[in-house]
Design a protein. Structure first.
Ligand code: CP
Ligand code: NVA
Length: 311
């Protein structure tokens, strides 16, 4: 049973996650089979932050499923400023069938979900980026033909993407190590919960400041920007602190020989990753970006339809 919303992968069972992947692969192979699935249905897309992949993949995804999406940018509704989040949720609920939101505060997503009866999808908050992680593990599954037993090393800031990668690792049997400078570790509560949840499938969650130890034996090397949206003022200071954690050819050589490289994008080339790595044979970043479309179409359908109505 899927919940009403997609706020965190921690709320999904391992079977739910696998169900999203199975449907995503069907959607990817035969998109025409689902082109009328959402006829007459509308998604509201709330953005407090910029986006390329998330906006385009959700909007194109809704079109491909026969529905429609409405973009509501930062200056359109000014979440919590022009109008309160509960009032926005209850108004949208009278007009649309599904709500997607990219916010600063994670609480805004929780409040939208609380006040809207329509499903709410977290399209990135300061705490989590579940849609990204679903696309990432789908990509890893395609490239490695399995998930359980793999090791992913996330090198960089213990941020929203790192949190969702841990949550999804726990549900797919992938061990995740976050390799970060001191003081930039992921949220301890999320790490602990992922450690607990991962036990069922043998996935181990770890955090280290030691690059050699963290990257050793990794099947997947993942990085993200050093300063996330909203942290622009810290960018210069972070450049110095994170410099030793750059994913370059020397760092890739410490992982498994057949390791693949992932990045949620946008990338700051020359900072968290070198051109050489992101353009290398090991890099799968554009397959990963494409999978945002397929994974999210699957997640939308899983939220909108009862199990069994789709398969
Ligand atoms: N990876 C990701 O969410 O990209 P955008 O910020 O461009 O949506
Ligand atoms: N951690 C980044 C991810 C962007 C997709 C941010 O929040 O800006």
């Amino acid at each position: 049973m899927y919940g009403k919303d997609l706020i965190s992968i921690a709320d999904l069972s391992a079977e739910n996650v696998q169900g999203i992947f199975d449907l995503a692969l069907k959607l990817k192979a035969n998109p025409e089979d689902y082109c009328d699935s959402l006829t007459g249905l509308t998604m509201a897309m709330i953005f407090e932050k910029p986006s390329l992949r998330t906006r385009v993949s959700f909007e194109a995804g809704m079109t491909q499923l026969g529905g429609h999406a409405i973009y509501l940018g930062p200056s359109d509704i000014s979440l919590g400023k022009r109008e309160s989040v509960p009032d926005i949720a209850r108004t949208l609920d009278r007009m649309v069938d599904i709500i997607m939101a990219r916010t600063f505060s994670h609480q805004s997503i929780l409040t939208l979900a609380e006040y809207a009866e329509a499903p709410v999808i977290n399209a990135l908050s300061d705490l989590l980026h579940p849609c990204q992680a679903l696309a990432d593990y789908l990509t890893i599954m395609e490239k490695k033909e399995q998930l359980r037993g793999l090791k992913l090393a996330f090198v960089g800031d213990g941020n929203n993407v790192a949190h969702s990668l841990m949550n999804c690792g726990a549900k797919t049997g992938v061990s995740v190590t976050v390799v970060c400078p001191k003081g930039y570790e992921p949220n301890a509560g999320i790490v602990k919960a992922a450690q607990e949840a991962g036990k069922a499938l043998g996935a181990k969650m770890a955090v280290t400041n030691d690059i050699d130890e963290g990257v050793k034996g990794a099947d997947v090397i993942y990085t993200d920007v050093w300063a996330s949206m909203g942290q622009e003022k810290e960018a210069e200071e972070r450049k110095k602190i994170f410099a030793p954690y750059q994913v370059n050819a020397a760092l890739m050589a410490k992982a498994k020989e057949d390791a693949i490289f992932l990045h949620c994008l946008p990338a700051h080339r020359g900072e968290e990753v070198t051109d050489e790595v992101i353009e290398s044979e090991q890099s799968v970043v554009f397959d990963e970006a494409e999978n945002r479309l397929h994974a999210q179409k699957a997640a939308i359908l899983r939220l909108m339809f009862a199990e069994g109505d789709l398969d």
